[in-house]
Design a protein. Structure first.
Length: 447
């Protein structure tokens, strides 16, 4: 919770010496509260006040970083319970489990398969973030060797999963510069596990059953010098998992309960991959920082990534494509020209159907500030003038020889006005993108 100017003022020397450039300590406190000044500008702030102000100013859910460079995953630092209150800041990491019992060939196969879990959706790449290596073999050397192979050959950051501090140290030490997440410290091993995490500078997951046990363990690990912490409430089924994740988020944000102010990790465990997907999606939506799954099948990973993309999209800023004329295929001067809005979901729906039609075409993405056709029309962001301006700007008349424009069926009402404004003949296209191939094959070809 942000400190008020009065909270800050109480921690200042209150001598009004003016050395900070402000007339009074209260004025300085107000500047700090508004983030217009830094605490260091006052040379007389005590160490106690610095610690108190620093702790109070810390985010209610800590930012935790796993991995480095292009593989880095940042989680936590969330500020709201509900996306519409602001936005969710750091997308939940998605991890796929890998067993250290796999032989060399199977491990290479797994790496190749998981490296391919990348998809393009509405013009953006979506992919998993982590591999979670489990010490199923119980063999320290095998665990360490698999960790090294994954660190070198996988495209993702790592979670190392063992309750043995010795095995953890053996696996994590050679790849410490990759900053794997160490999973996990529990009631029995927390001292040794915290020592490994602190020595290697790696983030550490803490697992316990129940709020009090988890809070207690977090405090112990923290006092051992570990700052980067991920918490596991230890619940695996839908009801208890959702309840625990919600409780932790509320405790961190609403009660400012610091011991639970860390991003949580959740495990989706079910025999049926559909059940696993349901569990994982539920935990992802509320409020896991990392979700770990067993499946590496693209048809189960893609919906999970799509759900994440949706929930972590800023509701105030729709995803947009650049407003311009896009060729689809290799269109000639007699190719159809249609327009749609620059809302990514709308644009890519139209583009994929035009591709499916196998008729090379031009799509003019009109700037409607990233809103869909009907929303833009309702808000007067899509009218005959906007369409004409977009056509002029893109120089459409120089690209094709005909003067026929296909417009979305939802704005058929604009056809007369667009014809008047542009001088082009208007063909009213289908309302739904799915009918574009049929329209192009049956209507356009008759033109
Ligand atoms: S320098 Fe510090 S003590 Fe002096 S007026 Fe500013 S805040 Fe107050």
């Amino acid at each position: 919770m942000a400190l008020t100017a009065m909270d800050i003022f109480k921690l200042l020397p209150r001598t009004n010496c003016r050395e900070c450039g402000q007339a009074t300590c209260l004025a300085f406190a107000m500047q700090i509260a508004q983030k217009k000044a830094k605490l260091e500008d006052c040379p007389y702030v005590s160490d106690e006040a610095k610690a108190a102000l620093g702790a109070a100013a810390a985010p209610p859910i800590a930012l935790v970083k796993i991995g480095t460079g292009e593989k880095e995953l940042a989680i936590g630092n969330e500020t709201v319970l509900f996306r519409h209150d602001e936005k969710f800041h750091h997308p939940c990491g998605i991890a796929v489990r890998v067993s250290d019992t796999l032989d060399e060939a199977a491990l290479a196969d797994k790496i190749e398969k998981t490296n391919a879990l990348k998809f393009i959706r509405v013009g953006q790449e979506i992919k998993i973030d982590l591999l979670a290596l489990e010490n199923d073999s119980g063999d320290t050397a095998k665990f360490a060797a698999a960790a090294k192979t994954l660190a070198e050959k996988s495209d993702y950051a790592l979670i190392l999963m063992t309750r043995s501090p010795e095995a953890m140290k053996a696996a994590a030490a050679p790849i410490a510069d990759h900053k794997p997440l160490l999973y996990a410290a529990d009631a029995e091993n927390h001292q040794a596990m915290a020592a490994v995490a602190k020595d290697l500078g790696c983030p550490l997951a803490v697992v316990a059953d129940g709020v009090e046990a988890l809070a207690d363990l977090v405090e112990k690990v923290k006092s051992a010098g570990v700052e980067q912490i991920v918490i596991d409430p230890g619940k695996r089924d839908m009801k208890d998992g959702l309840q625990a994740l919600t409780l932790h988020r509320r405790a961190a944000l609403k009660k400012q309960f610091r011991p639970l102010g860390y991003p949580p990790i959740a495990f989706a465990e079910a025999d049926d991959p559909c059940d696993e997907l349901l569990l994982a999606t539920t935990f992802l939506l509320k409020y896991a920082g990392i979700v770990v799954v067993r499946t590496d099948t693209p048809q189960f990973i893609l919906p999970l990534l799509t759900a994440r993309m949706n929930i972590y999209t800023d509701p105030q800023k729709p995803i947009q494509v650049e407003p311009k004329l896009y060729p689809v295929g290799d269109p000639a001067e007699n190719a159809p020209v249609m327009f749609t809005t620059n809302f990514s979901l709308t644009y890519y729906s139209v583009e994929s159907e035009v591709e499916a039609s196998r008729i090379p075409s031009y799509i003019l993405a009109v700037d409607t500030e990233g809103t869909s056709v009907l929303t833009a029309y309702s808000g007067d962001k899509l009218n005959e003038k906007v369409v004409k301006d977009a056509m002029d700007k893109a120089g459409v008349e120089n690209v094709v020889k005909h003067r026929k424009l296909i417009i979305p069926g939802y704005v058929a009402v604009l056809s007369g006005k667009i014809e008047e404004a542009t001088g082009w003949e208007v063909l009213v296209g289908p309302k739904e993108a799915a009918f574009i191939p049929k329209f192009l094959q049956q209507v356009w070809k008759q033109q």
